[in-house]
Structure formats: structure tokens, C-alpha cells
Design a protein around this ligand. Structure first.
Ligand SMILES: [Zn+2]
Length: 193
């Protein structure tokens, strides 16, 4: 389903009024339209299911070697941002690391970046970004062994309330061997250092 930009414009105008602003003053008159166009871009991923994202980025290549516990592929520190679903506030300084053990097929590294990008373009929770990426990676590569480590700052924590500006949140999502095999997980943690 396409994003309804006209409806967003109408409601952003209503929020400006509710804030006590004059939505027709010079600086704000184009704001509802700008917000609507920004939302169309930053929430693109809402329009696609994990299955559809996996389908989009599932171009894979035959793995050069048979699966072995030594074959961790890790792409480290993908830069991203997202919006928390509790406050519609920015999650920023986000670094996403994605690891998997190829089964029969390997996926292009740029595709992993595109998957992370699409999944973060939703109203999200940091934990669910991890499980969504793991889910899409498992579907796109056929591997059961996927790990996602995310570090991010949440502006709903750093810019309001307790205002702990330095605090960042770290989450891990382990699937397959990363979950069940301590040795595999330890090797990943050593690679991340
Ligand atoms: Zn929040």
C-alpha cells in the first residue's frame, strides 16, 4: 500500500495548530508537504513484508565451499537510522553488524546493506530491527545461522526525559549456531572486536 501523503499533510497541519503555531506563517507553510515527502522516503519499508524484502534482495551465488563452522561472513558497522514506534522519534548513530554462515548460497554484501536499510525504514523497535534482518537474511540465503548486533542512540531517551545524552542501546539477535553453539558465538564476538 502506498503512503497517503495528502492525509499526512492534513494531520501535520493539525499538529502545528495544536502546538499553538500558525501553519500559514512563512516558515511553516510548506512544512506539512515536506514532512509528507520525508515520511514517504524514511518509511518506505512499511510498504513491504519481510518476505517481499527477501524476494527483492535474494540474488545469491553458489557458495565456494561447503558449509563449515569456520565460514562466518560478517559485515560490520552498517550505518543506519530508524524511528521508534513509541515516540516516532529518531534512532540515530546506529551501527548494524550482520553475520551469517553460508549454507549453499552466498548473498552479495551490498544486498545485506540494502536489507538493513529497508528494514530500518519502518516504525521500529531496536530489538525488532534485529529480528527482522535475521528473518530476511534467513529467507534470502537459506541459512539458519544468522546474527545481528545493533548499537544505537534513541532520541526519545537522549533529547527528553532523563536526557542521558551519552547512553546507547546494544541489542543482539542470534539464530541457529550463533544461538546454540558457544564456540561459534565466541568467534563472532572476537571478530567484532
Ligand atoms: Zn521511543
Amino acid at each position: 500500500m502506498a503512503i497517503d501523503k495528502e492525509k499526512i499533510k492534513l494531520h501535520v497541519r493539525g499538529i502545528l495548530e495544536a502546538l499553538g503555531e500558525d501553519p500559514d506563517r512563512e516558515g511553516l507553510s510548506e512544512t506539512p508537504d515536506r514532512v509528507a515527502r520525508m515520511y514517504e522516503e524514511v518509511f518506505e519499508g512499511i510498504g513491504y513484508t519481510n518476505d517481499e524484502i527477501a524476494e527483492m534482495f535474494s540474488k545469491t551465488f553458489e557458495a565456494p565451499v561447503k558449509r563449515s563452522k569456520n565460514d562466518i561472513v560478517l559485515i560490520k558497522d552498517i550505518e543506519a537510522f530508524s524511528y521508534c514506534e513509541h515516540h516516532m522519534a529518531l534512532m540515530y548513530d546506529m551501527k548494524i553488524s550482520v553475520a551469517y554462515i553460508p549454507k549453499d548460497r552466498v548473498i552479495g554484501l551490498s544486498k545485506i546493506v540494502r536489507i538493513a536499510d529497508m528494514v530500518t525504514k519502518r516504525l521500529q523497535l531496536q530489538e525488532r530491527i534485529g529480528s527482522d534482518i535475521a528473518d530476511v537474511m534467513m529467507k534470502a540465503t537459506g541459512s539458519e545461522d544468522v546474527a545481528v548486533i545493533i548499537e544505537a542512540k534513541h532520541s526519545c531517551l537522549t533529547a527528553r526525559g532523563i536526557k542521558n545524552r551519552a547512553s546507547s542501546t546494544l541489542t543482539t539477535t542470534y539464530r541457529g549456531l550463533f544461538d546454540t553453539d558457544a564456540e561459534t558465538r565466541d568467534r563472532l564476538i572476537a571478530m567484532l572486536k
